[in-house]
Design a protein around this ligand. Structure first.
Ligand SMILES: Cc1cc2nc3c(=O)[nH]c(=O)nc-3n(C[C@H](O)[C@H](O)[C@H](O)COP(=O)(O)OP(=O)(O)OC[C@H]3O[C@@H](n4cnc5c(N)ncnc54)[C@H](O)[C@@H]3O)c2cc1C
Length: 442
């Protein structure tokens, strides 16, 4: 079988020690795959699927491996299909669209669209490395998603190879089949191309930072500001642990001990942009926050640098972390952030919370040292955090997906009939169970 693979892709089949690198995503490690293949065209992907079908080999699609739920982590004996060589990107500035192969990195679309006054809004914090295929697999979001929506909201057409090796290029009229593949975590087909919508760049932006003495007050202010009609482009929060970590890392004069809200409004009418920011400012002040508006682009950029530094900064506190990802109704935010804080204390583990709070999307990060803190306890706490979200009418994943990490929790989040319906969809599209087996569905 390896011989046939090599005849097909030559040196783009990795079966030596280098395949070990593909055991990981950004949170979990799996066994070594049988081999890793690096296709360069949809025709090669078709041939791969047919070959895998013949030999009964599982296929694990992979982009950059920056996923945070184990979606691209292989199982024993699987063939990893890494899409990082499929990187063709064609812009149609007049039609305000772009056609991208799955290995195109997220940031590249906006970079290439900028000279035409356009941008591609979905902006996961990993956007310099994450790929369109992975973004589609997880239906990735990012800071801009509160106002602009997530990956799936920008898909006009999707091309994928099905379990029989056939290519389909589908729009979203009639049955929304692309919608079924978006967020399916590589379990229904292999995405080989996508046409996305681009938007004109807004002319104005305004940014503020609000420092709250307590996390719950911050969450309550966000919920109220949005209820009153504020639609900021970005609404991000950092709890005091994150603020302290970023301050230790960058030393930029952030208020230690406070929880921070960063808000940005944007649009083509300066007056409206400033009015919207004032609405956030007044609401934050009424909840006891000290507000500081960025005076220019440079100050605004410094604030967003603080947000981007959260991940590396937390990595300096403990060597390992589990990055949880829940989404809850905004009205439940104050209670949820407080309950998670209390859980961290009860377990004697550091839990740092940040996230796209405008969407009710929180990333409680459990920081730990495997030498001192048993990993089972960490996963138990992660499970408890997921239960907090479910108790408050939320969902298990805001944007990172279910993958391997949350598969066991899914049965608690869904009734058996819904789960059965999902298995029926999987059975209809992937009857032999070739695509990413063992992921997503319990
Ligand atoms: C520091 C950091 C910050 C992050 N910030 C965010 C954030 O703000 N928002 C957010 O949503 N996520 C975030 N993530 C998570 C991650 O970057 C996203 O889930 C991203 O979409 C994964 O892209 P990838 O190319 O790395 O995909 P991978 O991890 O390689 O794969 C992800 C899933 O997609 C499937 N897949 C990949 N390619 C294909 C294909 N061609 N066809 C079918 N299925 C495919 C895989 O099987 C897997 O299930 C962050 C991660 C890190 C490490």
């Amino acid at each position: 079988m390896l011989g046939e693979l090599k005849a097909l892709l030559g040196p783009r089949v990795l079966s030596g020690p280098e395949k070990r690198v593909y055991r990981y995503d950004a949170i979990l490690v799996g066994p070594e795959p049988l081999a890793v293949v690096l296709p360069e065209s949809r025709e090669e992907v078709q041939a791969l699927v047919r070959l895998a079908r013949r030999f009964g080999l599982p296929l694990v699609p992979r982009g950059a491996g920056s996923g945070l739920s184990g979606g691209a982590v292989p199982e024993e004996g699987a063939l990893v299909v890494a899409f990082t060589r499929m990187t063709r990107l064609e812009l149609d500035p007049q039609g305000r669209t772009a056609w991208a192969e799955p290995g195109v990195t997220t940031a590249r679309i906006s970079e290439e669209a900028r000279p035409f006054g356009l941008f591609y809004p979905p902006d996961p914090a990993s956007w310099r490395t994450s790929t369109l295929g992975g973004n589609l697999g997880e239906n990735a979001g990012g800071p801009l998603c509160f106002k602009y929506g997530v990956t799936g909201d920008y898909v006009l057409e999707l091309e994928f190879v099905d379990a029989f090796g056939e290519v389909h290029r589908l729009g979203r009229q009639a049955y929304d089949l692309p919608g079924l593949l978006i967020g399916s975590e590589g379990t229904l087909g292999l995405i080989t191309g996508v046409r996305v919508r681009l938007l004109p760049l807004p002319r104005y932006r305004a940014t503020l930072m609000a420092a709250f003495p307590e996390v719950g007050a911050l969450a309550a202010a966000v919920s109220q500001a949005i209820a009153e009609g504020a639609v900021p482009a970005r609404l991000e929060f950092l709890d005091p642990t994150c603020v302290g970590a970023v301050e230790d890392y960058l030393g930029m004069g952030l208020p230690r001990g406070d929880a921070l809200l960063l808000a940005e409004t944007d649009g083509d009418d300066l007056e409206v942009v400033q009015e919207e920011l004032s609405l956030v400012e007044e609401t934050a002040a009424s909840f006891g926050a000290r507000v500081q508006k960025a005076r220019d682009e440079k100050e605004a950029e410094a604030l967003w640098r603080a947000r981007r530094a959260v991940s590396p900064a937390l990595g300096r506190i403990r060597p390992k972390r589990v990055n949880e990802d829940i989404a809850v109704p905004r009205s439940a935010l104050p209670q949820v952030v407080r309950e998670i804080q209390a859980l961290g204390k009860a377990y004697g583990l550091i839990v740092a919370q940040f996230g796209h709070i405008g969407d009710g999307n929180l990333h409680p990060n459990i920081l730990f040292d495997p030498g001192r803190e048993p990993e089972e306890k960490v996963w138990e706490l992660a499970h408890e955090i997921a239960r907090v979200a479910l108790r408050h009418g939320g969902v298990l994943s805001g944007e990172h997906g279910i993958g391997l990490m949350k598969k066991a929790f899914l049965a608690e989040a869904m009734d058996p009939d819904t789960l059965e319906a999902l298995w029926a969809v999987k059975g209809a599209l992937d009857p032999g169970g070739v695509f990413n087996p063992g992921k997503l569905l319990p």
